[in-house]
Design a protein around this ligand. Structure first.
Ligand SMILES: [Zn+2]
Length: 82
């Protein structure tokens, strides 16, 4: 099994899909995979990706929508008081 060094999480695709595609995917995935990102609500580094566009902060127990590969919420959004 030939594996490329430095492609981390993308190694799971082994020889499939081509080097350029995998390099692009690695650039995206390395920003969130295996990391805890900053929560836009409580500011703690505890945000994990649930699936595309959905993020969960285990500290303040908030599940929110962000961007597909990035938990930042739109600047246009206004918080709704319930
Ligand atoms: Zn939070």
């Amino acid at each position: 099994m030939a594996t490329k060094k430095g492609l981390g999480s993308v190694k799971r695709f082994e020889t499939r899909y081509g080097a350029t595609t995998k390099q692009r995917m690695f650039n995206v995935e390395s920003q969130y995979r295996g990391k805890r990102l900053e929560c836009p609500f409580c500011g703690k580094k505890n945000v994990k990706r649930v699936f595309s566009g959905v993020w969960n902060c285990s500290k303040c127990e908030t599940k929110f929508t962000g961007r597909a590969y990035n938990p930042s919420i739109s600047s246009k959004r206004t918080e709704v008081e319930l």
